[in-house]
Design a protein around this ligand. Structure first.
Ligand code: HEC
Length: 191
């Protein structure tokens, strides 16, 4: 039986060439691929990408790190995870290293994780985020502790717990999270 699809060798070659190129970072820079990996495993998207945590990471890459205008409110005031796609635009790579090493940020930003990263990892984050390009808009500015935020916000204030945790309450999350997920494939390479 004749195949429904007829490919000319040239077309097949072009497709193979195209798809193998599409799988690589645009720049061919191995640090870009490492940066992508670090963003995924270091949790940057959890706070800097709206909806990432609730959707178990199912947010298109083009929207990653565009910031979140839901605030984090605590004794420090209300903070917003900045739009990193815009934040890095005016910074040179070496300037970024200086900022990451020396600039504390308010909670819940784990700024000490950036401070303690290897130079190459900081460069990798920078190059990956820069090649994603600018996108989205700026998040609201910091709101001091004595002022009311106008946006939605999450309250981060420790509460006094009961001595005995009630196990039947564990599953009740008010339907906030999407618990469906695909099993992960083994990952055997590390950029
Ligand atoms: C738990 C939530 C959370 C996580 C995880 C997180 N951030 Fe943040 N980040 C924030 C918040 C909130 C701010 C704003 C802090 C402020 O206003 O001082 C922030 C601020 C920043 C800033 C700006 C610092 C400044 O004030 O100049 C950078 C850069 C940054 N984050 C990078 C990252 C990177 C890279 C990662 C992953 C390694 C990451 N963040 C992970 C919440 C988070």
């Amino acid at each position: 039986m004749k195949s429904r699809y007829t490919f000319f060798p040239g077309v097949v070659l072009a497709l193979i060439t195209f798809s193998s190129h599409a799988a690589e970072p645009k720049t061919g820079d191995p640090l870009v691929e490492r940066g992508r990996y670090l963003v995924m495993i270091a949790g940057c998207n959890d706070c800097h990408t709206a909806g990432y945590m609730e959707k178990n990471g199912a947010v298109p890459e083009q929207d990653w790190l565009t910031g979140d205008s839901t605030g984090w409110r605590g004794p420090w005031g209300t903070t917003y995870a900045v739009n990193l796609r815009l934040y890095l635009q005016p910074l040179g790579e070496d300037q970024w290293l200086t900022v990451a090493r020396n600039k504390p940020a308010r909670p819940p930003m784990p700024w000490y994780a950036l401070r303690d990263m290897h130079d190459d990892d900081l460069r990798a984050l920078y190059r990956y985020i820069r090649q994603l390009g600018p996108a989205g808009s700026s998040v609201p500015g910091f709101v001091p502790p004595d002022q009311e935020p106008v946006t939605p916000y999450i309250v981060m204030v420790p509460q006094t717990g009961t001595a005995e945790p009630a196990p039947e309450k564990k599953a009740e999350d008010g339907g906030f999270f999407d618990w469906s997920f695909k099993p992960a494939k083994p990952r055997t390479t590390r950029p």
